[in-house]
Design a binder for this molecule. Structure first.
Ligand SMILES: [Ca+2]
Length: 482
């Protein structure tokens, strides 16, 4: 195919079928570029297109209008590192052992009834990462921002197959959002330079430099994780604005707006270079927003509100794991489309393999399913349930927990959470009760039992360890809430 014909086909959407057959062989074929924008700690309702009336995200809203919005998209975990480990490996937590951030023994020891399962803080070196897979189809890849799964040379982005690493290492948050950053993988900029803007600049340069060949740009912003630090002039605008539906933190709003401005600049760059038609853009977050604790009486610091969802970061309630998600892919995705099918972080790996025209490696285990049929609206998924395994403690306020060790399953409209300390079950019908206010475990015991069996069978299939050992120093009097 001549280049001109190829570009015409790309614009019309016909090219992906061609690429699917030739990507592994023909040097002149070009699979789509991939731009994966991962926001840190952004809640389900922290963007305009998901209903925020306080945060202003016009560029992200435009991206959403040009692509498909997934309304039931889930992170694999309610906090940072495990979600990233699942994204990069395509595997559920029990396969790599990254269940939580840092130690699984967080919070006061006397309040822990069980000895939790030890946590891995790095992705094993032998993992075949998404970057390593895409390299087989000729992609040049970069990770720009928070990695959180180890440090280079071995366990950072470079060690795990990326060609470029900007700012990624073991750090889960920046020491400062303003230069000097004191980050060993990010040379300082001029004093006062803002980190989110800097990562956008680096991303723009990478796209410019790699415009002529397929690229995979993984852009895991440090924003909007703590410390809550924002550009002054953006903050000032929100300080004059009325809070809305529990959202009213001006600095946090300004952090979101900086991310949004960066998305605007990236989209403009793709347009300018004529790459937008052949670039898949994904927008996603790694866990729920930091909020929803006070109304549950557990403390933990409110930054945003996830209402109508229950809870927030660190919990297996919807507020902790349900994420805003957009996929823009002009060749396949109808602008302004929506999808309510539950999808989860491990689905990205097989999706991007299919988009790149790749098969998984012999013996490679991928737990997710390609979303291409949903994106192209040619079919649905084969699986009927998705799972979480969080065998760790996460502290809330004094003597309270965001979560104790737990697992969960979602099948259809129903979601079951199992708390390992006392084997208690909670069952919710998310279609009728997205806020998980009405526990149906007692009124629908058959449904609860069936889902519990399903969850246990899944755990067996992935060899998920469940904590059962009693903590000898447990003191029940220190416990005020689950
Ligand atoms: Ca996070």
């Amino acid at each position: 195919m001549k280049r001109r014909d190829f570009l015409a086909a790309a614009a019309s959407g016909a090219v992906t079928a061609v690429l699917g057959r030739t990507a592994t062989g023909a040097a002149q074929s070009r699979p789509p570029n991939i731009l994966f924008i991962l926001i840190d700690d952004m809640g389900w309702r922290d963007v305009g297109f998901m209903g925020s009336r306080y945060y202003e995200t016009p560029n992200t809203d435009r991206l959403a209008a040009q692509g498909m919005v997934f309304t039931s998209a889930y992170a694999n975990a309610p906090n940072c590192a495990p979600t990233r480990a699942c994204l990069m490996s395509g595997q559920y937590g029990p396969r790599h052992g990254v269940y939580t951030v840092a130690s699984s023994e967080r919070g006061p020891a006397a309040g822990r009834k069980l000895v939790p399962i030890p946590n891995r803080t790095t992705l094993p070196a032998e993992t075949i990462t998404l970057a390593e897979s895409l390299k087989r189809a000729g992609y040049t890849s970069a990770s720009m921002g928070k990695w959180h799964l180890g440090s280079d040379p071995e366990l950072g982005p470079i060690g795990q197959g990326f060609d470029v690493n900007v700012a990624g290492n073991t750090a889960g948050n920046p020491r400062s959002y303003f230069s000097p950053y004191r980050n060993k993988d990010l040379p300082d900029g001029p004093k006062g330079e803002y980190l989110t803007d800097r990562l956008t600049e680096e991303a723009l340069k990478f796209i410019e430099a790699n415009r002529a060949k397929p690229f995979f740009l993984y852009l895991p912003h440090y924003a909007v994780h703590t410390p809550i630090q924002a550009r002054k002039e953006l903050t000032a605008k929100y300080e004059k604005k009325q809070p809305s539906n529990g959202q009213g933190n001006a600095k946090y709003a300004a952090m979101i707006e900086s991310v949004d401005q960066g998305i605007g600049a990236l989209m403009a760059k793709l347009d300018e270079l004529g790459l937008a038609g052949n670039t898949v853009v994904i927008f996603f977050s790694d866990n729920g927003g930091v909020g929803g604790y006070a109304e549950l009486g557990i403390g933990g610091g409110e930054i945003t509100s996830n209402r109508p969802l229950r809870g927030g970061k660190g919990m297996l309630y919807e507020g902790g794991i349900r994420e805003p998600m957009v996929v823009r892919w002009p060749a396949k995705v109808k602008p302004g489309s929506r999808c309510d099918v539950p999808v989860i972080g491990v689905d990205f790996y097989p999706t991007l393999l299919e988009i790149a025209g790749l098969e998984k490696q012999p013996g490679q285990v991928l737990d997710g399913e390609s979303l291409v049929p949903l994106l192209a609206q040619t079919g649905t998924l084969k699986r009927d349930a998705i799972f979480w395994h969080f065998p760790a403690y996460l502290q809330g306020g004094k003597n309270t927990w965001r979560t104790t060790p737990a697992g969960a399953v979602r099948q259809g409209d129903f979601k079951l959470i199992e708390f390992f300390e006392d084997s208690s079950l909670e069952l919710y019908n998310l279609k009728d009760d997205i806020g998980e206010a009405k526990d149906l475990a007692k009124t629908m015991p058959d449904k609860a039992r069936a889902l519990h069996q399903r969850l246990a069978a899944w755990r067996q299939s992935v060899k998920a360890p469940v904590p059962t050992e009693r903590n000898p120093t447990f003191d029940p009097s220190t416990r005020t809430k689950r």
